[in-house]
Design a protein around this ligand. Sequence first.
Ligand code: AMP
Length: 290
Amino acid sequence: MGLRTNFHMRLLKAVTDMQAWSRKLRTENRGIGFVPTMGALHEGHLSLVRRSKDENDFTVVSIFVNPTQFGPNEDFKQYPRDLEGDLNKLSSHKIDAVFVPDSREMYPEGFSTSVHVGKLGEILCGSSRPGHFNGVATVVAKLFNIVMPDRAYFGQKDFQQTAVIRKLARDMNFGTDIIICPTVREADGLAMSSRNSYLNRDERKAAAVLYKALKHGEALIKSQGTSDASVIKNEMEQMLNSEPLATVDYVEIVDVGNPGEVKDIKTPLAICLAVKIGNTRLIDNVIVNY
Ligand code: AMP
């Protein structure tokens, strides 16, 4: 079995070790909660970890910067990595096991099968990140087969990812409950993200405009009863464009239950956006319930 670290947290690197441990727990009827991450852990990740600990006998966190979800010109190489810091945070949360495979363990030579999520992977972030959600779905499907969790925890911050994962679990009959947790934010509203570390001081200040624009969109719907999605999108884009360091990738208003179809403003909605601040692409969303 895997190494045991000195803080009594199991560090597993091999797929077979992770599977053996999960299989043993399942035969003992222990509930397993699972939090998949790409590391560089912050309070957003830790909120998922705490929720999993509350709801399960055992919690497994994975740390894996998944190469197949990065495009050729994206930030796979620069993506922040801090395994030691991550393990310290997880150990102080008394996590039972951390699964840290390397790329060859997840994608050994000859690996060729992948999950295609269809249209849902092509809208919103999918149009500027082709193949991204197929990479996400493929790695999550593998991780579910390796960890065999009863429940898996994902952040609302990545709205489209939550829709993709819910669909993956349903379409492929994974017996795992998908639990979505609220977005954890900085004091000025910026959603916590490992990529926020790319921002310099001016950019970090400018990045607050994302949440400001989302709150403006929400207010237009909720307090002013605006029901024309294009009016809301235009006003939000104007606000974002008034920030010189911001370049809008998209602002979209979608049906929470069916993000592929942009509908009239009636049902629970997600206002989603992707904005570049300098060279850093950030995403965020708010859910508006009527
Ligand atoms: P990542 O390491 O960025 O792939 O994120 C791992 C998980 O943490 C995903 O389910 C994310 O949606 C979630 N997450 C990331 N940032 C936040 C945040 N600010 N609040 C809540 N969950 C988050």
